[in-house]
Design a protein around this ligand. Structure first.
Ligand code: AMP
Ligand code: ZN
Length: 137
């Protein structure tokens, strides 16, 4: 379940050193090399899954529980004012490393970061049409 060419496989399995903040049999959480804010960390499964679409539900569930646990610990220890959890899938969505990972980003007053998108307008007909497309009914 590993990809020999994948840098996150090597990091997650300890072949490349990292600033590890958590490790168990299935996951390693490391500090991001180019942090958005102090404490920006990444949760990596030890097995290789390219993105959310490839991730087994069981690992997805465990990753979310781990994200919650680490976010609570980091909030206490870093005394941050808020927290973003981000997860990019596909190049168009900003994914640059194609091994599933979750970003844990502590937020501080005046940290100078923004995580935003342009808000478009959508009328009730458009929303209903999209709802139908997603649900199929
Ligand atoms: P994404 O753009 O969602 O794929 O996020 C990839 C993240 O991995 C970026 O925030 C990078 O700064 C981070 N990153 C890339 N290589 C390393 C590395 N060797 N160690 C730690 N973080 C890394
Ligand atoms: Zn990998």
């Amino acid at each position: 379940m590993r990809d020999e060419k994948c840098i996150f496989c090597k990091i997650a399995n300890g072949e490349i050193p990292s600033n590890t903040i958590f490790e168990d049999e299935e996951f390693r959480a490391i500090l991001d090399l180019a942090p958005a804010t102090k404490g920006h960390a990444l949760i990596l499964p030890k097995n290789h899954f390219e993105n959310l679409f490839e991730l087994p539900e069981e690992i997805a569930a465990k990753a979310m529980v781990l994200a919650k646990r680490l976010a609570c610990e980091m909030k206490d220890r870093l005394d941050c004012d808020g927290f973003n959890i981000m997860q990019n899938n596909g190049e168009i969505a900003g994914q640059t490393v194609f091994h599933f990972h979750m970003h844990l980003i502590p937020r501080y007053k005046d940290d100078g970061q923004t995580i935003e998108w342009d808000k478009r307008e959508a009328g009730p007909e458009e929303l209903e049409s999209v709802r139908k497309q997603i649900t199929g009914c």
